[in-house]
Design a protein around this ligand. Structure first.
Ligand SMILES: [Zn+2]
Length: 456
């Protein structure tokens, strides 16, 4: 190397770094992965417009908190068996670095969906488990049931995402030795316990008013083993910071969307409150932490054609990311914001100042009329329950019902629950190793970036 010119040597070094493990500057103490469930690019565009308009500023030029992060990639999301992934296979790709079948969690692609025997010996370790083994603190925060596919991708290894409580397990799965997702989360040795787990899904952990057939109360067992357990926002705000692991279950199943939480005055924490609590607790660990935060209700609202609600949940998600960014140092904390898959939301046009939830306006406030004699909605879905019944005309929003959170947005093809869509999703990154989030990536590649940043 001695007779190689300085410039060339520096060039070789740079190449070696790009191909090899993370350099010191790319090593992160902490990694936070934010997954906006179903948060496709059109959802992001519509949400930034919605957010700006709600705050009385120009929507089109508005930005959501994480849209200012310096590094950005497009991510291919297909699963091992489908052009369009579901949350289980998508989140598994992010957490294990391998693609699996739709509906499966934390297993290889050598299994059959919902076939317990086929999953024997096919577990794939997750980043959360690897981080825990390396002495990092681990947290999971979601607005869904904490046994739902995305949060379960941190700890569950199962051929079916549906097996959330033992009541969901078919007899042949029990016989073949499969264990429900709630037990996989809490019924583990103390050393493998996560440090913070916040979300919904209480019903899967208890027999009384719950779904457990084995009569167990996993929350009581958790407390007996020294864990803290909270069930309201007030309890979460007051929970002692004594280093004990924390479980918070704030709803029987999924948590409420933020508009419903506010309308009913429910004592449940916001996604931002759960996120900041989690970071405060995890940051006490000397070796650093891995945290996954899911904005789950973006997807749930899209599935039922509630576009305004999906956008509002995206804004809530962006608030949680802003809080996390403000509490952490970009010198030691890698934050990645991405989605597991997209949803078929389209933006059909609209004057610069049109409400994103309204209809196209023509001259003199005359809405343009489509060939079916009805107005053109600015937002609509490809599929979903917002489609009219067979033979019925499609509905269009009137000015008075634009702000109604329960108004269904038009969908072209009637489905009980909207289909996910297969176009690429975006990934935004800030912090050590963030520059590896660039170009066209594969979903398992995002796992590699996080793993290298943590040196795992
Ligand atoms: Zn979904």
């Amino acid at each position: 190397m001695a007779n190689i010119g300085g410039k060339l040597a520096a060039g070789l070094c740079a190449l070696a770094l790009a191909a090899g493990p993370a350099s010191a500057a790319e090593r992160a103490r902490n990694v936070i992965l934010f997954i906006g469930d179903g948060m496709g690019v059109s959802t992001l565009t519509a949400a930034r417009i919605y957010d700006g308009q709600k705050r009385g500023v120009d929507g089109a030029s508005n930005v959501l908190s994480f849209e200012t992060f310096p590094d950005l990639a497009l991510v291919r999301t297909y699963s091992a068996d489908s052009l369009v992934t579901d949350s289980a296979a998508g989140a598994s790709a992010l957490l294990t670095g391998r693609r699996t079948l739709n509906g499966a969690l934390g297993v290889t692609d050598q299994i059959k969906f919902a076939d317990c025997a086929s999953a024997k010996g096919q577990s794939a370790p997750t980043l959360a488990e690897q981080a825990k083994q390396a002495g990092l603190a681990v947290g999971v925060v979601t607005t869904a049931a904490i046994t739902d596919a995305t949060p379960a991708s941190l700890y569950a290894h199962t051929p079916s995402r549906r097996w959330q409580a033992d009541a969901d397990l078919p007899p042949e799965a029990v016989e073949a030795g499969c264990i429900d997702i709630a037990r996989q989360m809490l019924d583990v040795p103390n050393a493998a316990r996560f440090d913070v787990m916040l979300g919904g899904g209480q019903a899967n952990f208890v027999a009384e008013d719950g779904k457990r057939m084995d009569g167990r109360d996993l929350t009581a067992e958790w407390r007996q083993a020294g864990g803290l357990y909270v069930q309201t926002g007030t309890e979460l705000a007051q929970v002692p910071k004594n280093g004990a692991p924390l479980l918070g279950l704030f709803a029987p199943n999924n948590m409420m969307r933020d508009t419903a939480r506010q309308a009913t005055d429910t004592d449940a924490p916001t996604l931002t409150q759960m996120t900041t609590q989690a970071i405060e607790r995890l940051a006490a660990n000397r070796k650093g932490y891995f945290l996954m935060v899911e904005g789950a209700l973006i997807d749930k609202a899209h599935h039922v054609s509630l576009a305004g609600e999906a956008l509002n949940e995206t804004v809530e998600f962006a608030k949680a990311i802003a809080a996390a960014a403000a509490m952490t140092d970009p010198k030691d904390t890698l934050i990645i914001v991405t989605a597991d898959h997209s949803h078929g939301l389209t933006i059909n046009g609209g004057a610069r100042d049109s409400s994103i939830l309204g209809v196209l306006q023509g001259n003199d406030d005359d809405p343009p009329v489509a060939l079916d004699g009805r107005t053109v909605p600015i937002l609509m879905y490809a599929t979903g329950p917002g489609a009219p019944a067979a033979g019925e005309p499609r509905s269009v929003p009137s000015k008075s019902d634009i702000d109604d959170p329960d108004r269904l947005t038009y969908a072209a093809v009637p489905l009980m629950s909207a289909a996910h869509t297969g176009e690429d999703v975006a990934a935004y990154a800030r912090g050590p190793g963030a520059s590896k989030i660039r170009g066209l990536m594969d979903q398992p590649g995002v796992n590699r970036v996080m793993r290298e940043a943590l040196g795992l």
